[in-house]
Design a protein around this ligand. Structure first.
Ligand SMILES: N=CN[C@@H](CCC(=O)O)C(=O)O
Ligand SMILES: [Zn+2]
Length: 426
């Protein structure tokens, strides 16, 4: 009989999501699952996965009776702007008046108003604020995220954001993968000189590399922000310095950022609401992962969403993310995004689960550690208060996470609740 730290028994559906690589197109319909499952956890890792038939092979310090609920890998959120100062609730009235997102930015608001707040806040307060948002993500079942800078637009503040993300990665249960998004908007000091500004941002990359502050470089390729040409040059230089690439592509206007992402072999192209037929074809050919953000499209009040069905039908690898940020998507709740994916992107439950686990992990180069439950891997998993995997996107707008386990530790648990699961100590 093997002695382990935690034993999860009586799991109704256990989604292991096991896969050698990301799932593309029709493969996303696959959902490796064990019914009446069991998971044994030892020293932070998954020691065994199987069915309840093996129950008597294990002794454990903690036994969790999952009461027939769903258990999945911890969710991965591969596109967030979690480190920022202030908030932008005053923009709600402007939105209601029909003022477009890019017009608010043009008038010095939007991203630029968050830049002022982020420049003004101390590193300590920035850390505390981001930690608050991370706690909320964790309680919603998210155990790994990507975190972008991009609200500094100057050396000092961009580094402050990245250092806060690094510190959070060391201290918080959530694993953070950092992206440098210095090219997020043109600050007022450089209003007429976008190219000089991009040079200024490129000049920070040396220090970012030496201090290991980011793995990815990203740019907002959009009308009134950076052109495709400027983005190509900027990203090519970042790539030459050893960074992996991401692009905020074709979010509002279809400029061709999707094609650029494929041309530069970016790991992901994000948003893609206006991606062209040609762009979608190239995503499928290149293996650049489409990170779709339907919460943002919803929050911007748009009627047209990214063409997820066409992407999946043509063989693209699709991941989903919150895009958590203070302007275009202020929610930490990736479960809500799963519901939007069902309702607005017409993705099936199977595709959605692949998009927030295995594919999301690959979107941030963590396919080897996160997004699937496999013996020997770090034990990041969630017990959900739902009877099956289809239920979660269906019952929307609430938090279904009951218990969240990160590296073998129970880090969030719904307690004093009639549906709270039973954790019994030996
Ligand atoms: N579009 C650019 N960046 C963010 C929004 C940032 C903001 O509005 O503060 C996004 O991905 O939606
Ligand atoms: Zn974004």
């Amino acid at each position: 009989m093997q002695h382990v730290d935690i034993l999860l028994i009586n799991i109704g559906q256990l989604l292991t999501m096991e896969s050698l690589g990301p799932r593309a197109g029709k493969e996303m319909q696959k959902l490796p699952m064990i019914e009446d499952g069991l998971v044994a956890i030892s020293k932070g890792k998954i020691a065994y996965i199987g069915t309840s038939d093996s129950r008597n092979d294990f002794k454990a310090d903690i036994i969790i009776d999952c009461e027939g609920k769903l258990v999945t890998p911890g969710l991965v959120d591969p596109h967030t702007h979690v480190v920022f100062g202030g908030s932008r609730e005053h923009e709600m009235t402007l939105k209601q008046q029909g003022i477009p997102y890019l017009d608010i930015l043009k008038q010095g608001g939007g991203i630029l108003s968050t830049v002022t707040k982020t420049r003004d806040v101390s590193k300590e307060d920035l850390y505390k604020k981001a930690r608050f948002h991370l706690d909320r993500m964790l309680s919603h079942g998210v155990t790994t995220i990507e975190a972008k800078s991009g609200y500094g637009l100057d050396r000092q503040t961009e580094l402050k954001q990245l250092k806060v993300a690094k510190q959070l990665n060391e201290t918080h249960s959530i694993d953070l993968v950092s992206t440098f998004l210095g090219a997020h908007a043109i600050p007022k000091e450089y209003k007429e000189e976008p190219e000089a500004f991009l040079q200024e941002m490129l000049a920070i990359l040396g220090q970012i590399k030496t201090e290991e502050l980011a793995e990815f470089v990203d740019i907002f390729t959009e009308t009134g922000v950076f052109t495709v040409e400027q983005s190509r040059k900027y990203l090519a230089e970042a790539k030459a310095l050893g960074f992996d690439l991401k692009i905020h592509a074709d979010e509002i206007d279809p400029l061709g950022g999707t094609e650029l992402a494929c041309e530069l072999c970016a790991v992901t192209a994000d948003h893609l609401v206006g991606a062209s037929d040609e762009g979608i074809k190239r995503l499928a050919e290149s293996g650049t992962i489409a990170v779709l953000l339907p919460g943002t499209t919803f929050y911007l009040g748009k009627d047209t969403f990214a063409r997820a069905r066409k992407m999946i039908d043509e063989g693209v690898i699709v991941a989903l993310a919150t895009d958590f940020n203070p302007g275009s998507c202020p929610t930490e709740n990736l479960q809500l995004i799963m519901s939007f994916a069902a309702l607005k992107l017409k993705m099936t439950p199977e595709e959605i689960w692949n998009a927030v686990t295995i594919n999301a992990a690959h979107a941030i180069n963590r396919g080897d550690v996160a997004g699937q439950l496999v013996i020997g891997r770090q034990a990041d998993l969630v017990i959900w208060d739902v009877p099956n995997y289809q239920y979660l996107p269906y019952h929307y707008g609430v938090n279904h996470a009951n218990t969240v386990i990160k590296r073998g530790e129970i880090v969030s648990k719904r307690s004093n609740h009639p549906d709270s699961i039973v954790v019994s100590k030996k």
